[in-house]
Design a protein around this ligand. Structure first.
Ligand code: SF4
Length: 236
């Protein structure tokens, strides 16, 4: 998933699953797909299947080896709730998260699967579950997210492809937003990002602005109305 690996608070990524299938408008220029292809061309064994969904059982215990507390982005190279990920494998990932004290950030576009499995998933307090909403037509994903028993929830509006209607932020602990990057990036209007920022201010929700749309993060920048918006909630 294209969550902000560049957000300063993320210490490391953990990818017990790689590969995915496109499901939504935001998938068009998928970073994980491009990166998987590159690693496949470089003959990296982990990416021997290129972008085909692949489970890496040997990765399941990796967080136990990190002694100091870390903020871990889980499955940046896939979608953890992809329909082909078996429940047993998901439960093994949760087992590791439940038994280590790190903070885990999970992100999905397949929010319906969370609700389907929610009663079976052991949500410990160190797990944050997020949903991507890249276009207003998917705003309903926020309401579905709120139905989960997870303790901490966040939304990432990226790559932001439309204006977003006013939405209820109750139960949402963090909001990230940003434009698309890369050669084929789609345009994000300033007013779209400003509207989301203003909803966050009004409702006292931490807001992180990742970047404007365009090629080259440094070039396009990430200043909105004269300042950086780097708000990060307090993790465990
Ligand atoms: S769901 Fe995420 S990882 Fe999967 S294709 Fe779409 S953007 Fe890529």
């Amino acid at each position: 998933m294209s969550i902000a690996t560049t957000i300063e608070c993320v210490d490391v990524t953990w990818n017990p699953i790689t590969g995915c299938d496109e499901i939504s408008l935001g998938c068009l220029n998928c970073y994980a797909k491009k990166m998987s292809k590159r690693l496949f061309m470089m003959n990296q064994p982990k990416y021997a299947n290129n972008f085909k969904l692949t489970l890496h059982e040997y990765e399941l215990n990796k967080p136990y080896s990190w002694k100091k507390h870390r903020v871990i982005l889980v499955n940046s190279m896939s979608d953890i709730f992809h329909e082909k990920v078996p429940l047993d494998f998901l439960l093994s990932i949760f087992h590791t998260m439940n038994n280590t004290s790190h903070t885990y950030l999970l992100l999905t576009k397949r929010i319906e699967r969370i609700i389907e499995l929610d009663s079976l998933l052991p949500w410990s307090r160190n797990i944050w579950i997020g949903v991507t909403i890249e276009h207003n037509k998917f705003i309903q994903r926020a309401e579905i997210l709120k139905q989960s028993r997870a303790y901490h929830k966040f939304i990432t509006f990226e790559p932001l492809l439309s204006d977003i209607d006013v939405f209820e932020t109750n139960g949402i602990d963090w909001i990230i937003a940003g434009g698309e990057s890369g050669h084929n990036s789609r345009l994000m209007e300033e007013s779209w990002i400003r509207n989301i920022r203003d909803i966050c201010i009004l409702n006292n929700v931490p807001f992180f602005f990742k970047q404007w749309s365009g090629n080259g993060k440094k070039k396009v920048g990430r200043i909105l109305d004269g300042k950086y918006w780097n708000e990060i909630p307090k993790f465990n």
